[in-house]
Design a protein around this ligand. Structure first.
Ligand code: TPP
Ligand code: MG
Length: 327
């Protein structure tokens, strides 16, 4: 992989990690008044897939959507403003962490209903095709999304109508704290997709280079043949299902799994790839780290300041009816 691309992937993953680490820190202040589902440990999926897509391609996501929104190029300040319930947020402060949207970059939204955005993505993909473009739609769902009937109806319709949709199943092995094998009689997601006529393959979701190259290859095919594909990305969530904590050590997930996955932390994986392919890149990496740290600090400080000012004016205390003309 060429040097600039490798560094870009690193930058994007580190930026997402730094934002979410900052959310963890700020959460105890209780100024982020909503559930947050962090993607720490899963950044390579979002960055690998979405770096292979174009801004004009569409994307729909799930409750765990920060990485997808940022990977798609969504505005960071507007995301953080949304977490602080500010009306400058990307959903004007009404949606919160699970409802991120940025029309400028065709981040078409995300939602809390497991599997709920998958059929919508099929419709959006069909619209792209009917408009005569070569754009595609990316649909992210978790392995929990594969528990849902709507997921299978979506596979069927996408195959039947030849919809250019890339189904990305971000398989972190759990739906909240229930392992996949406890919920699904057959755990081979690709076999299920193939049975509907959707070409599918499995990728190491912690290796951003593999995620990028596979996605790029499939997306290029889809621009030509306007047919669906599915990628199952095997990955692991390093944080709790929800909130800033951890669900290891309290019996909810076995600690041995964390020990097994830690060496495969996607940021460690890419750091090793950079070390191997780009010797003497230490100064460059430090430059990227400094730039990301400064950007994230400035964005949070800005949001916090405006949150405090708004709070002081008691603007957040009064319920505001949504204005349907604003989106
Ligand atoms: C239809 C529906 N059922 C149950 C829930 C409760 N719920 C919220 S997140 C979640 C886990 C989803 O797991 P997965 O799709 O694998 O995503 P992950 O949290 O692992 O990223 C569940 C069951 C919900 N929001 N919607
Ligand atoms: Mg899951």
């Amino acid at each position: 992989m060429e040097r600039d691309l490798l560094l870009t992937l690193y930058h994007r993953m580190l930026r997402i990690r730094t934002v979410e680490e900052r959310i963890k820190q700020e959460y105890s202040s209780r100024n982020i008044r909503m559930a947050v589902h962090l993607s720490i440990g899963q950044e390579a999926v979002a960055v690998g897939v979405l770096s292979a897509a174009r801004s004009s391609d569409g994307c729909l996501s799930t409750h765990r959507c920060h990485a997808h929104y940022l990977g798609k190029g969504g505005d960071l300040q507007r995301m953080v403003d949304e977490l602080y319930s500010l009306d400058t947020g990307c959903a004007h402060g009404y949606g919160g962490s699970m409802h991120l949207f940025d029309k400028q970059v065709n981040m078409w939204g995300s939602g809390a209903i497991v599997g709920g955005s998958v059929p919508m993505a099929v419709g959006m993909g069909l619209a792209l095709k009917q408009a005569g473009t070569d754009n595609i739609c990316v649909s992210f769902s978790g392995d929990g999304g594969v528990d849902e009937g709507a997921f299978f109806e979506s596979l069927n319709l996408a195959a039947l109508l030849n919809v250019p949709i890339l189904f990305v199943v971000e398989n972190n092995g759990y739906s909240t704290i229930t392992p996949q094998a406890v919920r699904q009689a057959a755990v081979d997601v690709c076999a299920k997709a193939r049975s509907f006529g959707v070409d599918s393959l499995v990728v190491d979701g912690n290796d951003v280079v593999q995620a990028y190259q596979t996605s790029h290859h499939l997306i290029e095919q889809m621009r030509g043949d306007r047919r669906p594909r599915l990628i199952e990305m095997k990955t692991f969530r390093l944080c709790a299902h929800v909130g800033p904590g951890s669900d290891f050590g309290d019996g909810r997930r076995p600690e041995e799994e964390l020990a097994q996955w830690m060496p495969h932390d996607p940021l460690r994986v890419i750091a090793a790839q950079i070390e191997e392919n780009l010797p003497a890149s230490g100064a460059l990496l430090r430059e990227i780290q400094d730039q990301v740290t400064a950007e994230v600090k400035a964005v949070f400080e800005s949001a916090k300041q405006r949150f405090e000012e708004a709070n002081a004016r008691e603007q957040l205390a009064a319920p505001r009816p949504p204005d349907p003309n604003r989106v």
